[in-house]
Design a protein around this ligand. Structure first.
Ligand code: HSE
Length: 308
């Protein structure tokens, strides 16, 4: 490939991590999209090919296209880009499909232009694309996709992103029941207010999870993987959720919750062996639910979007 073209891997991500709605997320290894991006002398963004997903070719309606436009508008590059997207993350699965496309597009263009923008700037361009898919700008998928590892969105206005330490043994298990749940729909069912009691419990958990991650205190991580605000509402849309949680915890998982806005669910484990055991137990358990599903397990991806 010449210097005006790059091919990138764009990782799947788990947003929220139970207690951190819209603020916490981590990047996964092994599962992700591939994108080929080429600089052109003609201005504008063109999506030239999409495989693996029924997504709009019109750049103004495509998350990667909108994110790319946001970056190009802020840059002094007078040309444009052509983007090819190979989806391997199913849209609507809850593991950051749209975020992967948005993050991949901006990372690739920035790389081809000689890295004029910082990571926080790339996150803000990618969020413009992500907002198109979810109906609300949230950065908890695009930030870990771009930074790698685990990220915290400390604030949105202005965007303030912090890297969170990731314990070496942390693994994630994902089960994707193949029903489609649009992020915009699973956001629209959420209540707009919470009680003080819920707030106290939730921010205790967020603080506990961050502290547990930095100190590699797996007991504290485990106790903090609890969501008393979002999960009680959204879990009603995921068949078998309660049973799967019981199975994951019995297999030794640290915690279990909804990945992003669902329908995928996730468990975090200490080590690959527990991840494998949890994945096998969830697989056996979900067979009786009668919905087609996929599972995978993965260590945390510390790199984020990278050349393919
Ligand atoms: N934080 C977002 C939500 C993530 O839960 O709606 C969407 O993937």
């Amino acid at each position: 490939m010449d210097q005006s073209t790059i091919s990138v891997f764009c990782p799947a991500t788990i947003a929220n991590l139970s207690c951190g709605f819209d603020v916490l997320g981590l990047a996964l290894k092994g599962v992700g999209d591939r994108m080929n991006v080429r600089l052109t002398s003609n201005p504008g963004v063109q999506i030239t090919r999409i495989t693996g997903g029924d997504l709009p070719m019109d750049a103004g309606k495509n998350v990667a296209g909108v994110a790319a436009m946001a970056l190009l508008e802020a840059s002094d590059f007078g040309g444009g880009v052509e983007i090819e997207i190979e989806k391997h993350i199913l849209p609507g699965s809850g593991i950051g499909s749209s975020a992967a496309s948005a993050a991949g597009a901006v990372w690739a263009i920035n790389n081809l232009l000689g890295d004029p923008f910082t990571l926080p700037q790339l996150v803000s361009f990618a969020v413009a694309g992500e907002a198109l898919a979810s109906g609300a700008p949230h950065a908890d998928n695009v930030a870990p996709a771009l930074y790698g590892g685990i990220t915290l969105i400390r604030g949105y206005d202005p965007l303030d992103i912090a890297r969170v330490h990731c314990p070496a043994l942390l693994h994630a298990v994902v089960l994707h029941p193949q029903i489609e749940l649009k992020t915009s729909d699973s956001r629209s069912i959420l209540k707009k207010t919470i009680t003080l009691k819920q707030g106290i419990r939730q921010w205790g958990n967020v603080g506990g999870l961050i502290t547990g991650l930095f100190t590699e205190d797996y007991g504290l991580i485990s106790r903090s993987l609890e969501d008393v605000i979002i999960e009680p509402v959204r879990s009603l849309l995921i068949p078998g959720f309660g049973e799967m949680r019981a199975i994951a915890l019995k297999s030794g998982a640290l915690g279990f919750g909804i990945s992003g806005s669902g329908p995928s669910v996730f468990a975090l484990t200490r080590g690959a062996d527990t991840a494998r055991r949890t994945e096998e137990a969830l697989t056996r358990g979900y067979e009786s639910v009668g919905i087609p599903f996929r599972t995978f397990s993965s260590p945390v991806n510390r790199m984020g979007v990278r050349p393919w």
